[in-house]
Ligand binder design. Structure first.
Ligand SMILES: *Cc1c(COP(=O)(O)O)cnc(C)c1O
Length: 392
């Protein structure tokens, strides 16, 4: 099909829930993508933080093909080995307690919210069910995670939303202190607000919130759906903040392209969700867990994580070295960067980059968000920087 035919088909057969860029992607290699017209692009999106090992990564595609030949799905009424391997790797890498596998970030957050509420219910009874989240956060698209998302624009149309969420401005410790009363069971945070604009949380705010939570037996829930799996230069971003969350949700980069999410709970709350309280048909299937295993075995090595930090610095410094008046700020950690530009200029800059063969994302009102595959090469980064030099 030509691009026009694909576009026409999309308009005819798919619900119009997305504004798409005028590109139909066909294949990829490393951090390079090709569209159906044969044009190549440097991928600074990873399919929104998903293709952590880039495209057509040998170890990943081989592991997936091998597992597809053996067994793709078995349902949770049976044991399978890949699910145990993937869970063990997550537990051993973090010192957490146990894992629940699901299929997406929103689902991981739903699981984490259920876990937090039941933890509190089991210990303190009803009435301690509120979860504090942050203004400008993003936690997903289900009816509950929309309400958990601290942005008014997401609290429309789909009434009634799940009750029991309240919001605090990121960095406002006084407000956090005030809201942490006996109706609260958990605080849920993204350490770097991704969709909200690539906004790293202030360190002292995170440390003090973690301390307050511990003091009051309020669970600290880290939504690492975007920041996790090496994205910021450590396996999880919380490590760089020197805190220990009670529960971590992840998804995006975990499967390197296949849909898998997970809830990882510390020992003290690892057995809260018992038989019959939670579940999902696809969760933990051997195909997706084989992907997670492979991704973790590549990403969770000190040299690999160091290379993410180093490439992140290289990209950030390369953009700053352009000394462009169009670039107000570059923020973020590792290979999760936000280039802050003028709100009115952003769409046109994104288009200009795409025309020069660089795919980027946006976040918040004024950030161009860069989430390249963690395996991106210096050559690919240089090609992207070359286009940025022209555009910025
Ligand atoms: C993308 C994202 C989600 C939602 O994940 P889905 O897989 O789209 O459901 C939740 N939280 C954060 C921080 C995200 O970036």
């Amino acid at each position: 099909m030509t691009f026009e035919e694909i576009k026409k088909g999309e308009e005819t057969y798919l619900m119009h829930t997305y504004g798409r860029f005028p590109v139909a992607l066909e294949r990829g290699q490393g951090a390079t993508l090709w569209d159906t017209e044969g044009k190549s692009y440097v991928d600074l999106t990873s399919g929104i933080g998903v293709n952590s090992l880039g495209h057509n990564h040998g170890a990943l595609t081989e592991a997936l093909a091998g597992q597809a030949h053996k067994l793709m799905h078995a349902c949770n009424l049976y044991y399978t080995e890949p699910m145990v391997d993937a869970a063990r790797m997550l537990v051993e890498a973090t010192g957490m307690g146990k894992v629940f596998f699901c299929n997406s970030g929103a689902e991981a957050n739903e699981g984490m919210i259920k876990l937090a509420r039941k933890y509190s219910f089991d210990r303190y009874g009803a009435g301690r069910s509120k979860i504090i989240t942050l203004i400008q956060s993003f936690h997903g698209r289900t009816v509950t995670t929309l309400k958990a998302t601290g942005q008014e624009k997401f609290h429309q149309y789909f009434f009634p939303f799940t009750e029991g969420f309240d919001y605090v401005e990121a960095g406002d410790l006084a407000a956090m202190k005030e809201k942490l009363d006996d109706s609260v069971c958990a605080v849920m945070i993204e350490l770097i607000q991704g969709e909200g604009g690539v906004l790293p949380l202030p360190r002292d705010f995170v440390e003090e919130t973690a301390r307050l939570c511990r003091e009051k037996d309020i669970l600290l829930l880290a939504d690492e759906v975007q920041t996790g799996i090496g994205r910021t230069g450590s396996l999880f971003c919380y490590e760089q903040y020197g805190i220990r969350p009670d529960v971590i949700s992840m998804a995006k980069g975990l499967g390197g392209g296949v849909p898998i999410g997970a809830v990882l709970a510390a020992a003290k709350c690892a057995d809260v969700l018992g038989p019959g309280t939670h579940g999902t048909t696809f969760g933990g299937n051997p195909l997706c867990c084989t992907a997670a295993k492979t991704v973790l075995s590549v990403v969770n090595r000190p040299e690999f994580l160091a290379s993410v930090r180093e490439k992140g610095e290289y990209l950030k410094n390369g953009i700053l070295a352009l000394h462009s008046p169009k670039v107000k700020e570059v923020r973020g950690m590792g290979l999760m960067l936000g280039v802050v530009v003028e709100k009115e200029e952003r769409a046109q800059l994104v288009t200009a980059l795409r025309e020069r063969g660089v795919l980027v994302l946006t976040a918040g009102e004024s950030a161009i968000r860069l989430l390249p595959p963690l395996v991106i090469t210096k050559e690919e980064l240089d090609r992207a920087l070359g286009a940025m030099k022209e555009v910025f």
